[in-house]
Design a protein around this ligand. Structure first.
Ligand code: NAG
Ligand code: NAG
Ligand code: NAG
Ligand code: NAG
Ligand code: NAG
Ligand code: NAG
Ligand code: NAG
Ligand code: NAG
Ligand code: NAG
Length: 457
């Protein structure tokens, strides 16, 4: 046989194996590295560069009367940032929103209380915007979710009547079958951006815990955000349809495959904006759910999630339907890659009791497999008796995630409906930026605070 002659002698077997191993261990990785280098060079060529030193700051609302044992938080308040944005505007203010209750008219009549504490901050914003659209002559464009009986457009009706703004309603249900526009985004002069959890609601400035970002000096991101606004604007007319072919200027070349590289306060990051629901994403736009999945998949050490609600369900469908998309990604991260997962979920008197069942089903894996660590806590915003009377307030409404290499700030609860039929925006920054470090600090501040509780078993 051929094995008994030539080079293949039994005595040669060990040396052959050794040679093969050398090839495998030394040469293949070199080839692989060369290919990776080649690919990353090509990627750099494709990559969008933003030749600006962007200034990005976290913005919070810490509910009145809620103070951390370790002292107050250093971040600017939503109220102050919105006031600054209005003041700095030179030509346009564009706002994409769910509903408007900046004045306390919504609760004044119902509860027969003359003045709700904290409502002056909403009125401030309302009056400054009104002045901007009238006496200051700025162009204001507002797109809001289609008003309903329970959510009437009392505020924006004033803007319309006084000719202070052009207001359009976006009817998501008509466009995609169900859902709402749930986005909260401000764009000033197409240069300055706020995106985050805060609704155009006086409570979002005083009684609801919120988190967002102010993006300044970053025209690349602002211009791309403008495309998301323009999509809403286009779709917010009474007979609008989702176009079969989108106008080319709404396409984007900034997405999860080709993020823009930016400096955030001097630290390097890769960023893009994601949008939902998928039917309103023109070519090139990453969907919000894909942004979340990608961020979880990229994590090496930990994934910390802080959202108001977490449910692996479609809850607004005629019958609840199982929707394990994010749940699967978190389980895979914990089990396959030993990434530590922490979930900080809001708890109010109105929280759905079944939410704890799903959360427990994640946490229970901690003891079931070695190296798996998933911990859940629920965050309770404290209230005085008087504050507890304020409807739809005193809760943790923020929606973000921070990993060892990514900051994600969104506008959606983590349940299926939000990603399939609800209008929302996700802002992703990969890299160990100062934004990421600050977001991690915020998460740990809340996680270790007196307001976080283990979930009942
Ligand atoms: C804005 O970006 C430019 C270009 O990178 C930079 O020179 C400037 O310092 C930045 N301004 C602020 C306020 O960050
Ligand atoms: C508006 O103009 C002022 C003065 O030139 C400038 O300081 C400000 O940054 C401008 N606002 C925006 C949003 O760019
Ligand atoms: C997602 O929304 C589409 C409409 O855009 C609908 O046809 C589909 O059934 C929804 N998916 C789920 C899982 O509910
Ligand atoms: C960005 O600004 C920071 C501080 O403001 C500075 O340290 C850094 O060198 C700047 N980077 C670029 C690329 O302009
Ligand atoms: C929640 O319910 C408890 C018990 O009924 C009550 O004492 C508390 O004031 C309520 N909190 C809020 C914010 O409504
Ligand atoms: C999600 O958030 C909205 C407000 O942003 C809230 O009204 C709603 O009850 C939340 N929860 C779910 C499960 O939808
Ligand atoms: C991220 O940056 C911070 C501050 O520069 C540093 O302390 C930390 O070790 C870095 N983390 C990683 C994973 O590189
Ligand atoms: C960026 O710089 C601004 C202005 O100095 C500061 O308020 C903000 O906290 C910084 N943000 C980050 C993420 O470092
Ligand atoms: C206070 O801060 C320390 C260190 O920064 C932290 O270890 C501790 O958990 C914090 N305590 C509370 C109650 O926030």
């Amino acid at each position: 046989m051929w094995g008994q002659k030539g080079w293949f002698k039994p005595s040669c077997v060990p040396i052959t194996i050794i040679l093969l191993l050398i090839v495998l261990v030394v040469i293949l990785p070199l080839l692989d590295a060369a290919e990776k280098h080649h690919r990353s060079a090509a990627h750099d060529y494709l990559r969008n560069k933003c030749l600006q030193n962007c200034s990005i700051s976290l913005v919070e609302t810490i509910p009145d009367g809620m103070s951390y044992r370790n002292g107050s938080t250093p971040y600017r308040s939503t109220h102050d940032v919105w006031m600054e944005m209005i003041e700095l505007a030179n030509s346009t203010i564009e706002i994409a929103s769910f509903y408007w209750t900046l004045r306390d008219t919504d609760v004044k009549r119902e509860h027969n209380i003359l003045k709700w504490p904290g409502s002056e901050r909403g009125e401030d914003i309302f009056n400054s915007l009104l002045a901007a659209g009238t006496t200051r002559g700025l162009k204001i464009k507002i797109v809001q979710s289609e008003p309903t009986k329970t959510m009437p457009d009392l505020d924006t009706e004033v803007f319309r009547r006084k000719n202070a703004a052009e207001v359009r309603n976006l009817n998501m249900a008509r466009l995609v079958g169900s859902g709402i526009l749930h986005t909260k985004m401000w764009l000033v002069d197409r240069k300055m951006v706020y995106v985050g959890s805060a609704n155009l609601d006086w409570r979002a400035l005083s009684h609801v815990k919120e988190l967002g970002v102010l993006i300044k000096n970053c025209s690349c991101l602002a211009q791309d955000m403008a495309k998301i606004f323009d999509v809403y604007w286009l779709l917010a007319t009474p007979d609008a349809k989702i176009p079969e072919v989108w106008p080319e200027e709404l396409d984007t070349n900034i997405n999860k495959d080709i993020p823009i590289s930016i400096y955030i306060n001097g630290t390097k990051g890769l960023t893009y904006l994601a949008s939902s629901p998928p039917p309103i994403c023109p070519p090139g736009r990453t969907t919000d759910i894909d942004a979340i999945l990608e961020s979880i998949e990229k994590a090496d050490k930990f994934v910390y999630v802080a959202v108001m609600d977490y449910m692996p369900l479609m809850i607004y469908t005629p019958k609840p339907r199982f929707w394990p998309v994010i749940d699967d990604a978190l389980r895979a991260a914990a089990i396959d890659r030993h990434v530590e997962v922490r979930l900080l979920i809001s708890w109010t008197n109105h929280s759905r009791p079944e939410e704890n069942l799903f959360l427990n089903s994640l946490q229970i894996l901690t003891n079931a497999f070695r190296g798996v660590k998933i911990t859940v806590k629920r965050f309770v915003v404290p209230s005085t008796a008087a504050q507890a009377k304020i409807p739809y307030a005193r809760l943790n409404h923020n929606k973000y995630m921070v990993t060892d290499n990514t900051a994600y700030i969104g506008t959606s609860n983590w349940s299926g409906d939000y990603f399939n039929t609800t209008g929302g925006i996700g802002f992703v920054v990969h890299g160990n930026t100062s934004l990421r470090s600050q977001l991690e600090e915020i998460f740990l501040r809340d996680w270790n605070s007196d307001f976080s509780y283990p979930i009942p078993k």
